[in-house]
Write a protein of this length. Structure first.
Length: 365
């Protein structure tokens, strides 16, 4: 018998480090053909299918909602119908490992509990035939992780279903929170002046929304604030040469952030068309990975929900995110900017908002 072929989590987006199992399209031990869909995975950007690389029998141990690292094996394709045996890479011998179809034998109950407490994943233990509490502690110590505080579930509480997309979002937000130093500033717009700006634009080139105008004007300001159009990595600050602005959409098909790629050079009319086209493709579930990657800055608009103030959360590898709020009773509405304090500071961020406010209330001559 030949060695089973590992099916690994692909690198769909350069920034992705993990993916969540959404659902399996085959059962353990099923006969599969080359190109047949095995599993659907989800990252913060998109949902995608992983196909079988060859004919054979499919084996896997990860259940829906499991998180796996990019590059980790998610399944194996064998030339026989079981039991599956995989050579242990760490031993560099032909000694057979435990069947991958029996995960309960590989991870002890205490090991699984510690993995969850340390924020680790089963994929962090590839190559280990047996994972016990001691093995988990070794990996946790090497990575410098500490157990999360655990709380006892009170009587009367029932589990709340969490979608795969939300699980991905949770893990992403956790990583961002550990890596950045977030700060937030806000400035008040005069809603009547913004409305007057929109009315002028409508008379000249057709109706546009506050989001579309904000995206257009932000794209023209960011070259003057390169630290807000960048990210912090490898111990230093970086800025993007291009301006590509994403906008958050969540209309019942999970949160997505489509990106207007040419925002820095597009006209207001072209920006509006791009926003509407991407939103329509979101509703039709037609967004591609190209549509949701490459963003250098993000805008999230909750004004349509009547939200008068909120704190937007930074995306991975971005230094800033802008929030648009609904008008208050006094006719003002907030612009809220969350930024990474490692790249900018409150004064610079405040001046950016002041400049943006001026452009939104009165179109530059």
């Amino acid at each position: 018998m030949s060695e089973p072929v590992a099916v690994r989590v692909p690198q769909i987006n350069p920034n992705d480090e993990h993916a969540i199992v959404v659902r399996w399209h085959v059962a353990k031990g099923d006969r599969v053909r080359t190109g047949q869909t095995l599993v659907t995975l989800e990252t913060t950007k998109t949902t995608f299918d992983v196909d079988s690389p060859s004919d054979g029998y499919a084996f896997f141990e990860h259940e829906p909602n499991a998180e796996l690292a990019v590059g980790a094996p998610i399944a194996w394709i064998a030339d026989h119908d079981g039991p599956l045996r995989i050579s242990t890479p760490a031993a560099n011998t032909n000694t057979d490992a435990k069947p991958a179809s029996a995960p309960a034998e590989r991870f002890t109950r205490k090991a699984r509990k510690l993995i969850k407490q340390h924020g680790l994943a089963e994929a962090d233990f590839i190559g280990l035939e047996k994972v016990d509490a001691e093995a988990v502690e070794r990996v946790a110590a090497a990575r410098g992780t500490k157990p999360e505080a655990t709380t006892r579930v009170p009587a009367g509480a029932v589990p709340l279903a969490v979608s795969p997309s939300k699980m991905t979002e949770i893990q992403t937000l956790k990583r961002v929170r550990e890596q950045v130093v977030p700060s937030t500033v806000a400035a008040a717009l005069k809603a009547d002046r913004v409305a007057a700006r929109l009315k002028r634009e409508a008379a000249e080139q057709g109706p546009v929304s506050t989001l579309e105008v904000a995206l257009y004007e932000t794209a023209r300001l960011l070259p003057e604030w390169p630290e807000l159009n960048g990210f912090y990595a490898e111990g230093g600050a970086w800025t993007h040469e291009a301006v590509a602005i994403g906008f958050a959409v969540n209309l019942g098909r999970s949160l997505r952030v489509p990106v207007v790629k040419n925002a820095g050079s597009a006209s207001l009319r072209d920006v509006a068309r791009a926003v509407r086209d991407l939103t329509l493709r979101y509703m039709r579930d037609e967004l591609t990975i190209e549509d949701v990657t490459g963003g250098t800055f993000t805008i999230t608009d909750l004004s349509g929900e009547g939200v008068v103030n909120f704190v937007p959360v930074l995306n991975e590898r971005q230094a800033a995110i802008l929030g648009l709020c609904a008008p208050r009773g006094d006719g003002s509405c907030d612009l809220v900017l969350t930024f990474d304090h490692r790249l900018s500071d409150g004064m610079r961020a405040a001046r950016f908002l002041a400049a943006l406010r001026s452009r939104l209330e009165d179109a530059p001559g």
